[in-house]
Design a protein around this ligand. Structure first.
Ligand code: CAA
Ligand code: FAD
Length: 381
């Protein structure tokens, strides 16, 4: 594995860092409090190429590798994990899925504007009774001439109220179980497609999460992605890359926690000296630094494997499992190091904890990542 980043990768990292510090940080606290979606920020990110980073230029993207994407995701999520998840869904679930499996028509009509950041995407797999147990899809898509008619409910959809295009998994043939699931591009504004109210969340509050409803929603047959019955494989294959994105999001939160803890421990005095002089504090900082680096190595390994077109699903699950765990741990330790000040909004670390928790839940809970890893180890996949 290569430990030196290329000049291009370092340049992407730096430009993401500059953008995050200058354009995202100033409004992050207020957007968290008010649960406000970062419309202007997402628009600018599109203009800078951050919404379709890995898509080839002929389809409107920046044509970068997954390692660059990970470096950028870390910088953005370090400042605001809400923006991180919006970016992650558009890049690694929606754009990747359409680039890999979309027809020429779908690429032209949907991928190009999504990769350019002119349109925003969402990925709708989860349902009220099909979260971890994702094969138990109840949403149906019945063929009717040149259309599929969708009926059902999707739950917890990131970018749900804001997305222009949603990738929806639905059952086209119930008798075939998960091999009867298909994926469709559904446009905002199609008749019969609606959404619920925005969820009032613990963390990533500035991101937009809601349920989606389909009531006799007619979707043109040419919006079928890949082919009938391939929708579950589509979702799983796409989620492997998504899990790298969420691992990077978690690392961003963990790194922000470490930096905040380092800064505060050198400012705060107790018993006549900086608390950074106490070994108990130093050990916490040391442990946090080890965890952040270990999570980065796992995540970059998964990204490098993906870039080399080698199998990476196990490594992606390992990266997400570990990075999400240490994000929660680092945020908790950062609060501990801040004492009472860590528990209030005046300092940022309480948000880091609230934002960190979701990384252990979405794109497959930690329990599901362990299932994926164990099955790979036991050769059961
Ligand atoms: N990569 C590729 N294929 C995979 C896969 C992976 N990681 N995991 C499973 N599959 C494939 C299997 O190979 C199998 O394919 P075939 O039938 O073609 O052989 C198919 O999926 C079914 O697999 P299983 O028989 O193992 O199915 P299962 O029901 O026992 O378990 C599961 C599957 C791994 C638990 C799966 O349901 C899962 O990953 N659940 C979690 C769902 C999830 O991650 N949801 C995220 C929603 S999106 C989101 O959350 C976005 C966001 O927040 C921002
Ligand atoms: P359940 O599946 O009901 O799980 C409940 C608990 O049981 C968990 O701890 C789980 O790990 C455990 N469990 C379940 N099965 C097993 C097992 N076999 N072994 C051991 N433990 C098990 N989904 C989308 O499709 N698109 C999105 O954009 C999206 N964004 C989201 C944004 C937010 C803020 C949230 C909260 C969720 C989002 N999700 C999205 C849904 C998310 O992927 C699911 O919440 C997640 O997959 C878990 O499903 P569930 O909530 O139904 O929990």
């Amino acid at each position: 594995m290569e430990f030196n980043f290329t000049e291009e990768q370092l340049m992407i990292q730096e430009s993401a860092r500059d953008f995050a510090q200058n354009e995202i940080a100033p409004s992050a606290v207020e957007r968290d409090i008010k649960a406000e979606f970062p419309y202007e920020i997402v628009k600018k990110m599109g203009e800078l190429g951050f919404m379709g980073m890995m898509v080839p230029p002929e389809f409107g993207g920046a044509g970068l590798d997954t390692v660059s994407y990970v470096l950028a995701m870390i910088e953005i999520s370090k400042v605001d994990a809400s923006v991180g998840v919006i970016m992650s869904v558009n890049n690694s679930l929606v754009c990747y899925g359409l680039e890999k499996y979309g027809s020429p028509y779908i690429k032209e009509k949907y991928l190009i504007p999504l990769a350019k950041g002119e349109k925003l995407g969402a990925f709708a797999l989860s349902e009220p009774e099909a979260g971890s147990d994702a094969t138990k899809q109840k949403t149906t898509a019945d063929k009717d001439g040149n259309y599929y008619v969708l009926n059902g409910i999707k739950n917890w959809i990131t970018n749900g109220t804001t997305a222009d295009y949603v990738l929806v998994m639905a059952t086209t043939d119930k008798s075939k179980g998960h091999k009867g699931i298909s994926t469709f591009v559904v446009e905002k504004g199609y008749e019969g497609f609606g959404h619920g109210v925005k969820e009032d969340k613990l963390g990533i509050r500035s991101s937009d999460t809601c349920s989606l409803t389909f009531e006799n929603c007619r979707v043109p047959a040419q919006n079928l992605v890949w082919e009938e019955g391939k929708g579950f494989n589509f979702a799983m294959n796409t989620l492997n890359g998504g899990r790298i994105g969420i691992a990077a999001q978690a690392i961003g939160i963990a790194e922000a926690s470490l930096e905040a803890a380092l800064k505060y421990s050198k400012q705060r005095k107790a018993f006549g000296q900086e608390i950074a002089n106490f070994q108990a504090i130093q050990f916490k900082l040391a442990d946090m630094a080890v965890k952040v680096d270990a999570a980065k190595l796992l995540t970059l390994k998964a990204a490098a494997l993906k870039d080399a077109a080698k199998p990476y699903y196990k490594e992606a699950a390992m990266a997400k499992l570990y990075a999400s765990k240490i994000a929660v741990e680092c945020a908790l330790e950062a609060i501990q190091i801040h004492g009472g000040y860590g528990y209030v909004r005046e300092y940022l670390v309480e948000r880091y904890l609230r934002d960190a928790k979701i990384t252990e839940i979405y794109e497959g809970t930690s329990e599901i990542q362990r299932i994926v890893i164990a099955r790979a180890l036991l050769d059961q996949k």
